[in-house]
Design a protein around this ligand. Structure first.
Ligand code: NAD
Length: 477
């Protein structure tokens, strides 16, 4: 039983001003595993004061000094690797192997940003002008529960690289993981006030961070609905915004693809991180003439997926993060059937033998049309919709028929054709014939999947503001 009754302000673990408490529940067992004391508006104000004071000296640090800090932040995460993983499995319920991969990825973010920072031109010449790319100031960071360490490091690493100070409000559902990573960062010996963490509810501490006049930017990852609120409330103080929001990503399988490979991969992609990931390919778009073959391949793949305790070897799908998320996924499964989609595997309720825990059945619907709710809305669980097309043109039309534009997937034996289709899909990232990652390439959304980009030089640019100076080299006569 963990009692998270401290927040981290100005280099110290301090008692929050807020007094409300919330139970933390292991989603695989439904047992209470901890309690968090939630911060309030005053805690945010105190954290911003500390970050603002620290900014004066931190913004003047050298690249070499910040490189040492980034290296140290990476190293402390790797030293605490096992502890970080253990609490993520317990509190979030993600299968152990996937958790370890994500923790490694989160730590590596600090090294990638160190490389990017060393190559980044913090000062440029444009004609007569000198353009200095100056650190923005205090950054407010608001993150979701579905990959706590990754989201925190994705935002913190470029902030440190740019010379900004931060106030982090992670998801209230991830308080134990946030405590664990805060302890790591404390050990890294970063100057007091540079990194501050406040636990609390989104509409209380998140809202205060968004409104605070001394916060220069909000870097937010979460739902499109909350992104809209943040964009609206942040506008009053002209905050810069990076918004990484939801998705309903298409996976287009062309008629010449290798179906024996592409379909199982499509299912695994849709269900990665137990379906609780922004980039999952939740709309599988296939030729009408191949529907029966695809249905068989999908059912066979789903039947081979292990759903269960995140601690057990071989588990691919763990529980949903909490009761609310379980209920949301159940609602969408019911809606799919009610609106006339054909259930081919899975369905409502818990999988057999998993009566305790927020487990859902990996579920696939065929004969889905774009007017159905399950084709339009982000479900954030292991539910896949199969849609069919007659022509390549129609496949592209279906892929783009969404308010979102985060990720997309294309499979074809003809690379030129796959590239042609990829170029016409409106999404921030398109993967062809497989899964890849490039940690320095930009990630982010077109349309209502967000504003701005994370990772690499594009990510770092969000944390600096250009200042043009002229006359800097004109000697007074
Ligand atoms: P959420 O939007 O409910 O919450 C995200 C964070 O915002 C939490 O810390 C929450 O406390 C806070 N928040 C809530 N209301 C707020 C308010 N009024 N003001 C300020 N902050 C507030 O999202 P979630 O349920 O935690 O995460 C799932 C969502 O995140 C999905 O929509 C998913 O697509 C999205 N997501 C996007 C990406 C991406 O990179 N684009 C990555 C992961 C998750």
């Amino acid at each position: 039983m963990r009692n998270i009754d401290r927040i981290y302000i100005n280099g110290k673990f301090v008692k929050p001003h807020g007094t409300e408490t919330m139970d933390l529940i292991n989603p695989a067992t439904e047992e209470v595993i901890g309690r968090v004391t939630l911060g309030d508006e005053q805690d945010i104000r105190d954290a911003v004061t500390a970050a603002k004071a620290a900014f004066k000296t931190f913004s003047a640090t050298t690249i070499e000094e910040r490189a040492r800090m980034l290296q140290r932040l990476h190293d402390v995460m790797m030293e605490k690797f096992d502890d970080l993983n253990q609490v993520a499995v317990e509190e979030y319920g993600a299968p152990a192997a996937a958790t370890a991969g994500r923790t490694r990825y989160a730590a590596a973010n600090f090294l990638h940003n160190m490389d990017v920072m060393k190559e980044f031109q913090f000062e440029k010449r444009i004609g007569k002008a000198k353009v200095a790319l100056e650190p923005l100031g205090v950054i407010g960071m608001i993150t979701p529960w579905n990959a706590n360490y990754t989201h925190i490091s994705t935002k913190l690493a470029p902030a440190i690289a740019a010379g900004c100070t931060v106030v982090i409000k992670a998801s209230e559902l991830s308080a134990i993981q946030t405590q664990e990573i805060t302890e790591c960062f404390h050990e890294a010996g970063i100057p007091a006030g540079v990194i501050n963490f406040v636990n609390g509810r989104g509409d209380v501490v998140g809202a205060e961070l968004t409104r605070h006049p001394d916060v220069a930017m909000i870097s937010f990852t979460g739902s499109t609905n909350v992104g809209r609120i943040i964009a609206r409330d942040g506008a009053a103080t002209m905050k810069r915004m990076v918004l990484e929001l939801g998705g309903k990503s298409p996976n287009v399988i062309l008629d010449d693809a290798d179906y024996a490979k592409a379909i199982p991969l499509a299912v695994m992609t849709a269900f990665s991180n137990s379906g609780q990931a922004c980039h999952v390919g939740s709309r599988l778009i296939i030729p009408e003439s191949r529907l029966e073959e695809v249905k068989q391949l999908v059912v066979k793949t789903v039947e081979g997926i292990k759903v269960g305790s995140p601690r057990e070897e071989g588990t691919f799908i763990g529980p949903m993060v909490n009761r609310k998320q379980y209920d949301t996924v159940q609602r969408y499964i019911r809606l799919g059937a009610e609106e006339g989609a054909e259930l081919i595997v899975g369905g409502p309720g818990r999988p057999e033998g998993l009566e305790t825990g927020y487990f859902v059945k990996p579920t696939v619907f065929a004969n889905v049309s774009m007017d159905m709710t399950i084709a339009k809305e982000e479900i954030f669980g292991p539910v896949l919709s199969i849609l069919t097309y007659k022509t390549e043109e129609e496949a592209i039309e279906i892929a783009n028929d969404t308010i979102y534009g985060l990720s997309a997937y294309v499979s074809s034996a003809d690379l030129a054709r796959a590239n042609r289709v990829a170029s016409r899909i409106v999404a921030g990232r398109v993967l062809i014939n497989g899964l890849y990652d490039e940690p320095k390439a930009p990630f982010g959304g077109f349309k209502q999947s967000g504003i701005g980009r994370e990772f690499g030089a594009y990510g770092l640019e969000a944390y600096v503001e250009p200042k043009t100076i002229m006359g800097h080299d004109v000697v007074p006569q």
